[in-house]
Design a protein around this ligand. Structure first.
Ligand code: ATP
Ligand code: MG
Length: 249
């Protein structure tokens, strides 16, 4: 299968502090790939490089074989790279329906002020309801988003990412800050939403990683320690020593 995302000799430093070194990484079309590693390993930095938040110090990033090393987030979005943002991406004063509709509209590249035809309006509303159903927020569709639980707000955030129908979905610790129950619900939701889709998930929680991912890459001190199936990673002696041992899994 073809690689949808590749990084070649990717390195990054923050004012001389080397955070990522020579990362050669690839995600195949249709796989769910998890990136794990101890605190400070460089996971979020890697995520931010791929999603255009930072420009790498050196190396290359290819998305669908196009060089995106210096591409800005909005351009990546248009190319089909979707990321689940932290809670700040949703409009708390608006309803889940309004939030999702905004994302659906942006996918359809329709601006509110150009919006005239009623049949298209129906179509947009139908797509919006479809997503609300998928993320189990139909009941709350017309409540103010600020009144929803944190877990439900995160579901809404996943729905926003999904509504733009990206070719690659990226999550950075989607269950951070959730209760155990919320986390389990979120994992189930992510599993359902990303079926037959391509996803990269940066995650701390081993239960989440091993239940969601087809392949796992372990980062350690800014370098790739191993890549493999969850089983291979669990059995990898170097990984156990560097990572699993430290977190009492
Ligand atoms: N904007 C920044 N400026 C300077 N140093 C940074 C910056 N962002 C991250 N770092 C440093 O880079 C290293 C990697 O951080 P990063 O956030 O990528 O790790 P992480 O693997 O996501 O960790 P965590 O599991 O805690 O989320 C750390 O030493 C961190 O202090
Ligand atoms: Mg992080």
């Amino acid at each position: 299968m073809t690689d949808i995302l590749e990084t070649k000799a990717l390195s990054h430093d923050f004012s001389g502090l080397q955070v990522l070194e020579n990362i050669n990484f690839a995600v195949k079309q249709g796989e769910r790939h998890a990136i794990i590693g101890p605190n400070g390993a460089g996971k979020t930095t890697f995520f931010n490089l791929v999603t255009g938040v930072y420009v790498p110090s050196s190396g290359k990033i290819l998305f669908k074989s196009v060089d995106i090393t210096k591409a800005k987030p909005y351009r990546l979005n248009r190319m089909g790279l979707g990321r689940s943002f932290q809670i700040t991406s949703i409009f708390l004063k608006q309803t889940p329906f309004q939030n999702i509709r905004l994302a659906v509209l942006s996918k359809n590249k329709i601006r509110f002020n150009l919006f005239r035809r009623v049949d298209r309006m129906d179509e947009i509303n139908e797509q919006t309801h479809e997503i609300l159903r998928e993320i189990n927020l139909e009941q709350e569709a017309h409540l103010e988003t600020s009144t929803l639980s944190y877990g439900k707000q995160r579901s809404l955030d996943f729905g926003m990412a999904l509504a733009t129908e990206p070719d690659l979905l990226m999550f950075d610790e989607p269950t951070a800050g959730m209760s155990r129950d919320e986390s389990q619900t979120a994992v189930e939701l992510i599993r359902k939403l990303t079926e037959n889709k391509t996803m990269i998930i940066v995650e701390h929680d081993m239960d989440v990683v091993f239940s969601l991912a087809d392949r796992v890459t372990v980062l350690h001190h800014g370098e790739i320690l191993a890549t493999g199936t969850p089983r291979e990673i669990k059995e990898n002696a170097g990984v156990k020593k560097a990572y699993l041992g430290e977190t009492e899994v």
